[in-house]
Structure formats: C-alpha cells, structure tokens
Design a binder for this molecule. Structure first.
Ligand code: PMP
Length: 390
C-alpha cells in the first residue's frame, strides 16, 4: 500500500465516523456579517467577543509598528525576537491581570502546553476538569506528572480526587475559566477553597473569560475575587489579535522563561501584534459599557431561546450552546440556519457526549439588534419545522 493509499484509508474511517472536517473560506474581515464560502452570513460562532479584531484604532497601531519593526520577529524571545513591545505588553498584561508578571507565548495553546509540561514533575499529579480544552489535555499528556480527571465543575468529585491523591508530592488543579463547549464558568472560589484545604496549586486557563468576565474584564479571578497560582490566557479571542500568555508571580515567569519549551523554542509573536494587543487591553479595561452591552445580548438570546422551548446550556458567557440532541438533526439545523444566512456550527460527538449534539452559538458586542432578532426568528422557524418546539 502506498503512503497516500494508507492515508486515504484513514480519512475514509474519519468520514465513516462522521468526523470529516472541511475548511470554510472567509472573504471578509472578522465582523458579524461575513462572506463565508462565497455567501453572506451573519456569523454567530466567532471568538471576537468585543469586536476588537477589526477595530480601526488597533489596526492603525499595528500598521505604525509594522512600519517601524517589520513583519516577523525573526527569532525566539531568547535570541533576537525580543523587542520593547513584547516587554511592554507583558507588563501591561501583568498589570491588567493584577499579577506580578506575565510571559507571552505564540498562542494560548502553546501557553497551556508550556506550563503543564514544565511545572509539574514526576511524582506530582494534575487534577483536570473533564471538559478542559484540548490544549490542557495535550499539556497533561506531555507532563511527567500523572493526570486524574474530575467530573465537570463538580466540587464533590474534585474533593474526592484530592483526598485520593494525598500520596503525590504536589497537586495541581487545572481548569478552564469558561468552558468552550458548555459555556459554563468554573466555580473558582470553591476550587480555591479546596486547593487551600488540600494544599494544592491552581492553574486557570482564562481564554474565554479574559476581556469578558469581571468588572474590568480581567476574567474569572476578578469575577470571584481570587488569585490562582497560574492564570493563562489568549490574545486571540476578546483581545482580537493573536498570541497567548501566562501571568503569575515573578518567580513563576522566570521559571517558565527558563523551562517552558514552547516559550524557549518558538519564534516570538510579531511586534505589531504586541503593540495592537497593548492598545486592545487599554480598551478592554475601559470597556465596561461594551461588556454590559455584550451581557445584555447574551441574556436576550438565552432567555428568548429558553422561552421558545429550547434547552440551553451554560451561564452568562458569550458561548451559548443550544442542545439539539442527535448529531444528524444538529447538522440539519445548522444547514437550515445557513440557508437563512446564519453561520453557527453543529457540535457532535466525540466533542460532546452522545445525545447532546448542539448548535454552539457565540455572540459578540458587535452584533446588532436586527442580527440578533434574525437569529431568534430563524431558531423559532427551524425549531418548529423540525418539531423541536411548538
Ligand atoms: N484554551 C481554551 C479554553 C480555548 O478555547 C482555546 C482556543 N480555542 C485555547 C486555549 C487556545 O488558544 P489559542 O487560540 O490562542 O491558541
């Protein structure tokens, strides 16, 4: 069998399992209305929660820095890739997150992998929420420590696992701040209490909460008034740009700079992205009205869909999963939405449990009331047509 024949066979299996993926082409900048595969769609599936990815002030800032510093950083941070913009942004992130220091990575994915593969050592254990993001799962796999999974956001389950893991040298609880498929918020206040009681460290991935939750958009730590040991984040969602970060104590950052392989061996993010992210964080800090506006939209969508009879998961976050049930109906629902000019993907097993296939909606501060109205009317029509609601 040739190399390509072998791969074709494997792809065939992926197709048979209903897991074959295809790319869609966006022909416009990130905004609520986009051209997706050649047709105009209102996009309800982007992570551009505050609409900053297309902000003219941030674009201007990036252009200015592009002209001064060029396109790529051309080296890792520890060789020739470190500019004053990287350092300024790290200080800005630390100050924003109310932590001593921060370290930039090329993505949130790599930040999670870097922390989890370097911090816990052999003889330690990672206690990981069942619904944690793939980058946490991969980080746990890379770690020399063992991993124990606890039930999603279930404090009894976490307490039990903490009791059962007393023989390990150190214990690290690792959780998403906001869970990407369920839109739930980790009960960080309770997690911190358990960590204190059982002498464990806490690592939070605040990818979806940064810029969105808390008075100043600082994320779940601010929402619950707690200070975990390690707070990871991304610049690719509400911040609207690209890159990841870790914030925490100065010694943590010094440690990661020396030990996190995804930091050491990766080319630094472009300076222009750093300058734009710096300005975006300024906007986020001052953007309480944008967050309130976003929260209002989240509530309208959730409440209206629930009143129509749909089962909606999650809490008050921009991730709004509408449970459809079986995988086929979810795909059908998503296709019908697309025919109505709405782009929102169906999420099926194994990403979510059997019988819990869903339309995963995300809403941003940039969506206008007419677009939201159209979404809700479409849900009502399709829900009735598919006999899901009356
Ligand atoms: N953590 C979570 C919870 C995420 O949803 C994502 C992105 N989907 C990441 C980390 C990775 O972030 P990035 O896109 O910056 O690599």
């Amino acid at each position: 069998m040739s190399f390509d024949q072998w791969l074709t066979q494997r792809i065939e299996k992926t197709k048979q399992a209903g897991l074959y993926r295809r790319l869609r082409t966006m022909s416009t900048a990130p905004q609520p209305q986009m051209v997706v595969n050649g047709t105009k769609q209102i996009v309800f599936s982007s992570n551009n929660y505050l609409g900053l990815a297309n902000d003219p002030i941030l674009i201007e800032k990036a252009l200015e820095t592009l002209n001064e510093f060029g396109l790529g950083s051309s080296g890792s941070r520890l060789t020739t890739g470190n500019t004053e913009w990287h350092e300024k942004l790290e200080q800005r992130i630390a100050n924003f997150k109310k932590m001593e220091a921060a370290l930039l990575f090329s993505s949130g994915y790599l930040a999670n992998m870097g922390v989890l593969s370097s911090l816990p050592v052999k003889g330690d254990v990672l206690l990981s929420d069942q619904l944690n993001h793939a980058s946490i799962i991969d980080g746990c796999r890379l770690s020399k420590a063992e991993t124990v999974i606890y039930q999603h956001a279930d404090m009894n389950s976490l307490a039990q696992k903490l009791r059962e893991t007393q023989k390990y040298n150190r214990r690290f609880i690792v959780t998403d701040g906001v869970f990407s498929m369920d839109g739930t918020i980790a009960p960080l206040d309770k997690i911190m209490k358990l960590a204190k009681r059982y002498d464990a460290y806490v690592i939070v991935d605040d990818a979806h909460a940064t810029g969105v939750l808390g008075e100043g958009g600082r994320g779940t730590s601010e929402l619950f008034g707690v200070s975990p040991d390690v707070v990871i984040g991304t610049l690719s969602k509400a911040v609207g740009i690209e890159g990841g970060f870790v914030s925490g104590s100065s010694v943590l950052i010094d440690f990661l700079l020396n030990h996190a392989r995804t930091f050491i061996f990766q080319t630094a993010v472009p300076p222009a992205s750093c300058a734009a992210a710096y300005a975006a964080i300024d906007m986020i800090e001052k953007g309480k009205d944008k967050r309130e506006n976003l929260l209002r939209k989240i509530k309208i969508i959730k409440n209206t869909l629930e009143a129509m009879g749909f089962k909606v998961y999650g809490q008050d976050t921009p991730i709004i999963p509408v449970i459809i049930g079986d995988a086929e109906t979810s795909v059908q629902f998503s296709k019908k939405l697309q025919e109505n000019g709405i782009y929102a993907p169906a999420i099926r097993p194994p990403t979510v449990p059997n019988g819990e296939s869903r339309i995963r909606l995300t809403v941003t501060a940039a969506h206008n009331d007419t677009q939201i109205e159209h979404l809700l009317t479409s849900f009502k029509g399709i829900g009735r047509e598919l006999k899901m609601i009356t």
